[in-house]
Each structure stands twice: as C-alpha cells, then as structure tokens.
Design a protein around this ligand. Structure first.
Ligand code: UDP
Ligand code: MG
Length: 331
C-alpha cells in the first residue's frame, strides 16, 4: 500500500486506531531501520496508526534522526525527554500520550519483530485485552542471569493475588481500557511488568523468541538489573518486612535460650569466664542481622520518600511530528 494508512484517519473517524510506543535510548541506527519496516507492517493492517517514539535523553544522534524521520513518515511523533529518565518512564510517557484504541509497546533495537503485530491484533480482535509476547526459552542468557531471574519471579510473586508472568517483557498490545487503567496508577516507581499484571484484564500470551539486538549495546548490565529487581520487590511485596520481624523473633528466642543456659551453667558448674569466642560470634551475627534488617526497612522507606516528593515521572523538552488526532469519545 503506497499511501500511508494515516491518511485515512481523517475520513474514517470511527475506525479502530493503533498506536505503537517505542522507548529509545541511543538508538539512532536502529530507529532508522525499524521505523520504515514498522510503517510497512502498520500500513498492511489497514488501521489508522501512529508511532510514538520516546527519546529518553539519548547521547547519540537519535534526536536528529527522529526529527528527520518524523518529517518523512506521516504519523510518527517524536517526544524528547529533557534527560535520561529510564525505560519505565519512557513507556509511561508513551502510554500517557497514545490515542489509539490499541497500544503496542516495543523496543527500538529490533529485538521485537514487527512481524508479530498481525498476530497480536488477531488476538485483540478475538477479544483479548492484553496480548503479550513471552520468551519461549532463555537459553541465550548466561546461567547466572537465568538463576537470578527465576529467583526474582519466585520472590516477587510470593503471596501476591496476581502473578507477574516470568519471561514476559514489555513487547505487548494493550486495549485502550488497559491503557486508561495504567494511566490511573499514580506511583513514581514505575515497575511496568508489575503494573501490567496488577491491572489484570483478559490476557493472552504468545510465545516468541527475541531476536538479537541489531546495533549498539543493551543498557541493562548486572548492576542495573539488580536495582531494577529491588525496585520491583519494594513496589510489589511487603513480605521481606515480615521476614525481618520473624528473624528478629527467632534471634531473640535463641538468645533467651542460650542466656538461660549460661546462667544455669554458672550456678551448676560454677562456669565463669569461658566463652570469649561465643561472645564475638554472637556480636558479629546479631549486628549483621540488624544491619541487614535495617537495609530491608530502609529500601521501603526510600520508596516512600520517592513517592511523597511527587515529582513527575518524566519531563518532555521537545516534540516533532504528530500522531493520531484525539478521538472524541463519549466517555
Ligand atoms: N531504553 C530506554 N531508556 C533507557 C534504557 C533503555 O528507553 O534508559 C530503551 C532502549 O532504547 C530499548 C529498550 O529500552 O528500546 C530496551 O533496552 P535494551 O535493549 O537496552 O534492554 P534489553 O533488551 O537488553 O532488555
Ligand atoms: Mg534490547
């Protein structure tokens, strides 16, 4: 179809529309390849569409590339953050700005193939409100990362009423209802995988294996992933706090029993100044436990601090191009 499908949006205001949201950090080369591919795929759907690219404070020439692409491809809206706010903030911005009846989130690095879009749309037409791509396997990752991921999902899903599906990424389609629900969540700590699961809705998972990154490097190294995991844990669990209480109670019980035994031993056998090593071990063990507990409590307090400041999740400095016009809706 030579003509962009966005052209039909003016004539057919009641047609279902589609938004694609792409967070991008240093992805100039990838975007230059992805956007034309994506345009073709979206044109094929026959729906009016928009592509919203969130430039998350890139340091390469993503900004200029996007300014150029949004001039060339009608329906591309480039939103530039004032600095790097992180992928979760970029997705939040895209969700806030998308006007489509369905919103598709995908990475800029071509790991998420546009070829999956028709499959997602088919499930959406069949009644699914969320369609997400799930990794069929993690064999391409290092064993340590695989173990860490498994532990994380076990820990974060413990005792929750809803499960965060392991191996699901941000590559997903969401109905407008879901998007509106996500917009209502006011928290600053945007652990999106958790927020999608929290929102619920009729969900379909489609197996998929992410392709290898086209160019550039992943922004998520081991340390950043650890921070990300702690953000997720503090946003979606409180059981670590209870574990701290339990450890405290257990330690107090052991200390009481041991103390009683020492007193008894003194009266029965007249045992006096022995036990220097025991003393040191006890002091080290209990001060270690105390520091650890303080750390756990501190993580939660830090999140409260972040939330009460009520700073915006992101700041937009500039925009290029335009996406879909806002539909006039009854609701
Ligand atoms: N990204 C972003 N802000 C960041 C880091 C990453 O918007 O601070 C984007 C990045 O451009 C890409 C997506 O998030 O489109 C996924 O990032 P990446 O490929 O580095 O992560 P991975 O695929 O290794 O999980
Ligand atoms: Mg990637």
């Amino acid at each position: 179809m030579p003509q962009s499908a966005t052209a039909s949006q003016d004539t057919n205001a009641s047609a279902l529309t589609l938004s694609c949201v792409i967070p991008a950090y240093n992805e100039a080369d990838n975007l230059a390849r992805l956007l034309p591919m994506l345009r073709e795929e979206l044109d094929r759907t026959g729906m009016p569409w928009e592509i919203i690219v969130i430039n998350d404070g890139s340091r390469d020439h993503t900004r200029d590339t996007l300014a150029q692409l949004s001039g060339q491809i009608r329906g591309v809206r480039a939103v530039h953050f004032s600095r790097n706010f992180g992928k979760e903030a970029a997705i939040t911005a895209g969700i806030d700005m998308a006007h489509g009846d369905a919103v598709i989130l995908m990475d800029a690095d071509l790991q998420h193939s546009p070829a999956l879009i028709p499959v997602m749309l088919q499930h959406w037409h069949d009644g699914a409100e969320v369609v997400y791509a799930i990794r069929s396997h993690r064999d391409d990752e290092k064993p340590l990362k695989q173990i860490g991921t498994r532990l994380f999902y076990r820990a974060v899903n413990r005792g929750a009423r809803f499960g965060i599906p392991p191996n699901a990424g941000d590559f997903r389609l969401m109905d407008r209802k879901v998007v509106l629900a996500l917009r209502r969540l006011p928290e600053r700590n945007r652990f999106m995988k958790g927020l999608y699961a929290w929102a619920g809705f009729r969900t379909v998972a489609i197996p998929y294996q992410p392709l290898t990154r086209e160019s550039g490097l992943s922004s998520f190294n081991a340390l950043r992933l650890l921070h990300f995991a702690i953000d997720g844990m503090t946003a979606f669990t409180t059981w670590p706090l209870r574990v701290v209480t339990l450890i405290g109670m257990l330690a107090a019980l052991v200390a009481f029993l041991y103390g009683s035994w020492v007193v008894l031993a003194y009266f029965i056998w007249g045992n006096r100044v022995s036990g220097w090593s025991t003393l040191i071990v006890c002091i080290l063990l209990f001060s270690g436990l105390q520091m650890m507990s303080l750390g756990v409590v501190g993580e939660y307090i830090a999140r409260i601090f972040e939330e009460v400041k009520r700073r915006p999740v992101y700041i937009v400095s500039e925009e290029h191009g335009s996406g879909l016009p806002r539909k006039r809706r009854a609701t």
